[in-house]
Design a protein around this ligand. Sequence first.
Ligand code: ATP
Ligand code: MG
Length: 428
Amino acid sequence: MSDYLFLIESRLNPEQWQVVLRMQKAAEARGMNLYMVGGAIRDLIGGFPIEDLDFVVEGNALKIVRELSRQKVHIPWQNDSLRAAEMEFPSGVSASVCMARSETYGKPGAPPVIAPATIVSDLKRRDFTINAIGVSLNPQSRGLLLDPTNGLADIEKKELRTLNNYSFLDDPVRIFRAVRFRARLRFSFEPKTATQYQNATESDAQEMASGEAVAHELRRIARERTPVEALKALEKEKLLLVLSPCLRDSRLNLQEIGRASKISHSLAKAGLLAPSFPLFFYLLTRKLPARDQTRLAKWLKLRKPETDLWRRMEANAKRLAKQLGGKAASTPTKLYHLLAAAPADLILFLQLLFPQKKIQARIKLFLQKQLPLRSRLPEQELQEMGVASGTPRYQKILDTHFYAVLEGKVRTRTEQKKFLKSLVQKGK
Ligand code: ATP
Ligand code: MG
């Protein structure tokens, strides 16, 4: 019974595992049943990288969300009628939680009638069998696998299978999801699903997808390891035309999106998280006429902070480029302060779209020299010299030492040690 719990614990990173424990504790305190579901379980079993965690509770999930939000967990999105929310934990882990529900569909594209339900009904309302698997996180049955539609077999067979004949018509955004998962996981459509997909797209069901649901998909694509692959697959199926009839050929900015994702991988190695959805949206729509951009943002019902960041992206980047090329970054210390305070997105933006040598060289210095130095502060030596860690004096000495190294005032290891000693003796 506990095999799947073992799998969860061994495949999640320590920060993600802490989130599971935190969710378990919060659900237990309220006597609610908690399950891990969706993409995280699919990726766990299929051996794919696990990005974010999806939870379901039998009961009002928002009670847990409210408590977590009081404990420094950021809630970028919440839906009161679905009792669902997205969460960003201080450790950088992102997760979602919702109330277990059943869904009954009427007209295509129209939202379903929802009702609180058990976990099994909840799993049966999902898009594909591979996404309809859950693992119990409850004291009585922790680690128990719930797989009412035999998604496990489809993971083995590398197939995408819908849960009913009307799945694509009920919720046409699943057409987009099918194409994205097929490209990302390198799965194929199971024959019946392939027919349903063909019938749905031939009757243009994709046009009935709701803007909000498509926006959710775009946010997911922005976080893909290779967003270009997903976009190419959608383009091939002519699905991007639903977003804008102009989003094709040279107006589809795949080249820059591809370069941006390469840069973001190298930024991630330096500990900087980029790109965000607003930057992805900026690049995706960059070559569209302004009118189309605005129309699309409206249809997608982008969240206000997203729209604000997207609209200001270019002006903010220009401002940072100006500072970076001028006096505000004319010394190593100033450069460090400027870029350490800049959002990673804007750094990526400049790397991508501001080829000026000075700008590129300064960013390179920051990423390749300054950040590694910052991560190797002589903390242990300082503690050995008797300065208690965590005190303001401790931090001040570390900072003074760091800036002196940046400015090239102390170069060799011996010089650095001597300088550190002198700072301690001076009582700095
Ligand atoms: P990813 O790895 O890209 O996050 P995911 O499968 O976790 O993929 P999410 O968009 O995070 O996808 O959604 C979480 C889960 O919610 C899915 O696995 C699926 O079970 C369910 N889900 C999401 N969108 C739909 C939909 N339109 N119809 C039915 N179920 C859905
Ligand atoms: Mg997910």
